[in-house]
Design a protein. Structure first.
Length: 225
């Protein structure tokens, strides 16, 4: 026997239904969460391979990998909670789209922390490999610190604002944070490429290995950073 549909006790007023376009709000959020979960699966695979191939790495480096995985796990969990909040808990209350939720508000801070963790790995590598590029490392660390500050401020603002119309502060904070992140990534990636190019020996086998390291640096440092 089919279960009869029970409408909510206090249905939303028809005039308030869908106050915001769904395609550009929860639709984008849902698709972005799907893509993020796919990337999270790739991260899990990378961590598994790292543990299998490099068991002798230092505790500091292993802790850095564990911290990066923890941040990615939290980001995926918060994304799922955000989708559940808007699409399930508030299914009959579309006006909830005009208000934020704590899990969504934490996104800028989590993203900033993940970027800083990734940049710190490359900064340490460059600091050890080539002392002449340490000024670039120091400048990238300054950019990373400022970037994390902007992301933290964006998270704080998202907790303070009450509705989706009051987002002008975010329009300034987030672009500034992403610009600083890009500058830090460029400094580290270009510096590492220059160090590797100067390491060429003229031997085909060695140069091929260096070319592979350069491609790895670009893929992990600039593209994924």
């Amino acid at each position: 026997m089919p279960v009869p549909f029970v409408s909510p006790s206090a249905p939303a007023d028809p005039s308030t239904l869908h106050p915001l376009p769904l395609d550009t709000t929860v639709g984008v959020l849902l698709i972005g969460n799907f893509i993020a979960l796919i990337l999270y699966g790739l991260n899990l695979h990378q961590v598994y391979r790292y543990i299998s191939l490099y068991p002798g790495d230092s505790r500091w480096l292993k802790g850095l990998v564990a911290l990066a995985l923890l941040l990615e796990t939290l980001s995926s969990a918060f994304g799922a909670q955000t989708c559940y909040h808007y699409l399930v808990t508030n299914y009959f209350h579309p006006e909830a789209l005009q208000s934020g939720v704590w899990s969504l508000n934490m996104y800028p801070l989590l993203g900033g922390l993940a970027m800083v963790v990734s940049q710190s790995f490359f900064a340490r590598r460059l600091w050890i490999f080539e002392p002449r590029y340490r000024p670039a490392v120091i400048l990238s660390v300054i950019c990373s610190s400022a970037e994390l500050g902007f992301f933290s401020a964006a998270t704080a603002k998202m907790f303070i604002i009450n509705n989706s119309d009051d987002i002008k502060p975010l329009a300034r904070l987030l672009p500034a944070a992403f610009t600083l992140a890009l500058v830090a990534d460029l400094l580290l990636t270009v510096s590492l490429i220059m160090v590797l190019r100067r390491s060429r020996t003229g031997l085909r086998r060695s140069d091929t290995m260096i070319d592979t390291l350069i491609r790895y640096t670009v893929n992990t440092g600039l593209v994924t950073g």
